[in-house]
Design a protein around this ligand. Structure first.
Ligand SMILES: NC(=O)c1ccc[n+]([C@@H]2O[C@H](COP(=O)([O-])OP(=O)(O)OC[C@H]3O[C@@H](n4cnc5c(N)ncnc54)[C@H](O)[C@@H]3O)[C@@H](O)[C@H]2O)c1
Length: 370
């Protein structure tokens, strides 16, 4: 399998690390050739390719997706390019991995779902937190009924890299490139976790958005921020679970804090990405002994752990991308489905757009279409 990664910055580096290591830690998958790294600036992409271990570089993704030596196209660009690149790559018969969010609008996501259904290649959406062992374990425990029927959930994803009003403009702060602000960036992960952990969809949402810093220094002077800095929502699922969602990139002091809490009729689960090897389980029972139990999710019996280190040797954020690459390669070899699917991306995007619609209508409860 020859791989091309489009984009060589943050996610381009994280995915390069995964492609480099995947066959070493998951020996059941076929080794991949790190064929081509793609970026717009020839000099910078050459340097990145040398640092990250790529055989070659290119500056035009259109030329790369047509090549016979490329089997997998991995899209690590800003959101406005996801649909265009992925649609072209699927049409060219390639297997396609797209970073989250799937695209910047429901309409683009629908086009991608249709294209993936008709394509020869496999399609995977990079909701990498599905490969955090503790979250995969949480899904298993919910499915086994260990906390009873889930009634209530809390999700938050808080960062603070935009707390400083002088932090400069980036593509993430422009609607035309990012689609939305923290909602699409971090809210997409949180909504997908709710869908993934419960195995059901959000059908209704009400929301509020805020842009606390309306202007920021741009490359050509002051620029208007056209997306949200923070968002809040109440989410309702098909079975009647009610969840609160809070996302922010101006939450001073919080670095990368994705927290998930599920409350069931006979127990609860709690997860914090900043302590990603731990899952806190509380099960109702004997009042003297039924307090919260912190499970160290580092045993070979836990999801994904067999591939890595002996029990108790903790994993990190980067392992999720390697495990994701392994699942993708296995699905390609077996010609079997792999999650997160493009449908999962569409389902998440519908919730995000419903939150925006609700905000515009003063917080009105809005159908998501899921
Ligand atoms: N899964 C996660 O945890 C996670 C974390 C961060 C970002 N992301 C997602 O990954 C994607 C990329 O984000 P990032 O943080 O890597 O952004 P980034 O700004 O660090 O990198 C974007 C890259 O895209 C390249 N690019 C832009 N236009 C291009 C074009 N026309 N042709 C080729 N390359 C082009 C840029 O040169 C750059 O290398 C986004 O969709 C983002 O939401 C996911």
């Amino acid at each position: 399998m020859g791989v091309a990664v489009i984009g060589y910055s943050f996610m381009g580096r994280a995915h390069s690390n995964a492609w480099r290591n995947v066959a070493a830690f998951y020996p059941d998958v076929a080794p991949v050739r790190m064929q081509t790294l793609v970026g717009r600036d020839g000099t910078r992409v050459e340097q990145a390719a040398a640092d990250l271990g790529w055989a070659g570089v290119a500056t035009d993704w259109r030329e790369v997706i047509e090549r016979d030596d490329i089997d997998i196209v991995d899209v690590c660009t800003p959101g406005h390019l996801h649909a265009e690149v992925a649609l072209a790559a699927l049409a060219a018969g390639k297997h396609v991995l797209v970073e989250k969010p799937l695209a910047n609008s429901v309409a683009e996501c629908e086009a991608l779902v249709a294209a993936a259904a008709a394509a020869r290649g496999r399609a995977l959406l990079g909701f990498n937190y599905r490969r955090v062992p503790a979250l995969a374990l949480a899904r298993e425990l919910v499915g086994e009924g260990r906390i009873g029927t889930v009634q209530q959930a809390r999700l938050s994803y808080l960062q603070d890299w935009l707390s400083d009003p002088q932090a400069p403009m980036t593509w993430r702060l422009r609607r035309e490139s990012a689609g939305s602000g923290v909602l699409g960036d971090l809210g997409s992960h949180a909504v997908d976790q709710l869908h993934y952990l419960l195995g059901e969809h959000v059908t209704h949402a009400s929301g509020t958005l805020r842009t606390f810093v309306p202007e920021r220094p741009g490359p050509h002077g002051t620029e208007t921020v056209t997306v949200d800095d923070a968002a809040w929502a109440t989410l309702h699922t098909d079975s009647g679970v009610v969840a609160s969602l809070e996302v922010s990139r101006v939450a001073t002091g919080r670095k990368n804090a994705l927290t998930v809490e599920l409350f069931g009729t006979s127990g609860s689960l709690r997860f914090d990405l900043e302590r990603l090897n731990e899952l806190v389980l509380t099960q109702a029972g004997d009042a003297r002994t039924s307090g919260p139990t912190t499970i160290m999710v580092t045993e070979p019996e836990h999801p994904y752990l067999k591939a890595w280190w002996p029990a108790g040797h903790v994993l990190g954020w980067d392992h999720t991308f390697t495990s994701q690459a392994a699942d993708f390669l296995r699905a390609i070899a077996a010609d079997e489905p792999v999650h997160a699917t493009f449908e999962d991306g569409l389902a998440a995007q519908r919730v995000l757009e419903a939150i925006e619609t609700s905000h515009a209508a003063g917080g009105l409860l809005t159908e998501t279409g899921n």
